[in-house]
Design a protein around this ligand. Structure first.
Ligand SMILES: Nc1ncnc2c1ncn2[C@@H]1O[C@H](COP(=O)(O)OP(=O)(O)O)[C@@H](O)[C@H]1O
Ligand SMILES: [Mg+2]
Length: 120
């Protein structure tokens, strides 16, 4: 379960998010819909760990992850643009995160094949 508790996020003096309280249940398919600039990306960036809220706390499965480093959160994010490494092949892009997490080579190959099967 994901919980945003009284979250405020500022960029300098500008308040992008204020008083955000939100719960997303395990397995729930959740969509943010709102006008450009309302704070959708900022909210997701705070969950992934790219931004630290100026107030409040974020919980994932009961753990307070507000100040947990990005690489320890195990949360993936696909950015609106520049989602791929242009100098890498499709296969290298898919297995990048697994290599970084030091997966065994045969497990990486197995997973890449599985993902590629979904795409064709
Ligand atoms: N790096 C930044 N520095 C200053 N203001 C920002 C920054 N990123 C976003 N903002 C501002 O914060 C508000 C929310 O932006 P954002 O989260 O990108 O909205 P959305 O994804 O809903 O379009 C907007 O007013 C935007 O201009
Ligand atoms: Mg956005």
């Amino acid at each position: 379960m994901i919980k945003f508790n009284d979250i405020e996020i500022k960029y300098g003096d500008f308040t992008a998010i204020s008083n955000l309280n939100l719960e997303v249940e395990k397995g729930e398919f959740f969509t943010f819909l709102g006008p450009s600039g309302c704070g959708k990306t900022t909210t997701l960036r705070s969950l992934a760990g790219f931004i630290t809220p100026t107030e409040g706390a974020i919980e994932v499965n009961g753990e307070d992850i507000t100040y947990k480093p990005i690489e320890k959160r195990g949360i993936g994010m696909v950015f609106q643009s520049y989602a791929l490494f242009p100098t890498m092949t499709v296969e290298e892009n898919i297995c990048f995160g697994l290599k970084e997490n030091k997966w065994e080579k045969n497990k990486i190959t197995e997973r890449v094949k599985k993902v590629l099967r979904w795409l064709i």
